[in-house]
Design a protein around this ligand. Structure first.
Ligand code: HEM
Ligand code: HEM
Length: 199
């Protein structure tokens, strides 16, 4: 028996993809604007939001990676050859960059013994002086991630608006189409169907 091939990823993959996209964009924006806030309670709180969201993202990323390898619906590649290799390489690059940025962020938080909202300080590990180079590399890789994600989003929009090949739709939840059951009494009254028209 032939297996039916779906035209969409499963709902967990789709939810995790858009959650990742939203959280990465939010983390980058908060990371880039935090130092514009006045020193003191404001800046501490904005950085604390970044670090808390960062730890929440660690769980989303771990779930996404586990789901990708063990749970998600596998779809056939729409284009063979070089195009497929480029798409696979760009997805692998996105995963690699996300993992590097997150790893550097977590190390950064512990090297600083980061004080969350001036309420709870993380345990401090390693040489505090490392915070400057780690922040530099974390910020640099975060920028590279955003550039790669931008190119990836442009490619998805190109598929959608120019090639119109359904690749974008694979990452969008399947729409359920509900057909309203016709009211049997109305159909009989109208003489359009039902038992009476056959007898
Ligand atoms: C930071 C933002 C983003 C990241 C990190 C990201 C990452 C990824 C990754 C890794 C995949 C491959 C799926 C997998 O192997 O698990 C993927 C697929 C996909 N992404 Fe994104 N993405 C981002 C934003 C976007 C945006 C903004 C769009 C649309 C405008 C988009 C559209 C798609 C589509 C359509 C696919 C499915 C491609 C296919 O079926 O082969 N992504 N994304
Ligand atoms: C993909 C996710 C992430 C992005 C896009 C991101 C982005 C950024 C950016 C742009 C900066 C500013 C760097 C600079 O000033 O040059 C920053 C700083 C920082 N990030 Fe992230 N980050 C992410 C994840 C994380 C995670 C998971 C953690 C820890 C749990 C974290 C902890 C930090 C810390 C401690 C700083 C320095 C704060 C300070 O200067 O006081 N980040 N991040």
């Amino acid at each position: 028996m032939e297996e039916e091939v779906s035209s969409h990823y499963d709902s967990t993959t789709i939810a995790l993809h858009w959650l990742t996209a939203g959280m990465v964009a939010a983390l980058w924006c908060v990371g880039r604007v935090a130092d514009f806030f006045p020193k003191g309670v404001w800046r501490t709180n904005v950085w604390s939001i970044h670090v808390s969201l960062g730890f929440a993202f660690v769980t989303v990323l771990a779930w996404r990676i586990v789901w990708r390898f063990f749970g998600r619906r596998r779809l056939p590649f729409p284009y063979p050859g070089l195009t497929h290799k480029l798409a696979a390489a760009s997805h692998a690059l996105l995963y690699a960059l996300v993992c590097v940025v997150v790893a550097l962020g977590v190390v950064n938080a512990f090297v600083r013994g980061f004080n969350l909202f001036d309420v709870f300080a993380l345990p401090q590990f390693g040489d505090r002086e490392l915070k400057t180079p780690i922040t530099f590399w974390h910020g640099l890789f975060a920028n590279l991630l955003m550039l790669t994600a931008l190119a990836h989003a442009c490619a998805a929009l190109f598929h959608h608006y120019v090639l119109q090949d359904g690749v974008m739709e694979r990452m969008i939840p399947e729409r359920q189409i509900y057909v309203e059951e016709p009211d049997l009494d109305t159909l009989i009254e109208d003489g359009k169907g039902g038992r009476s028209s056959h007898t």
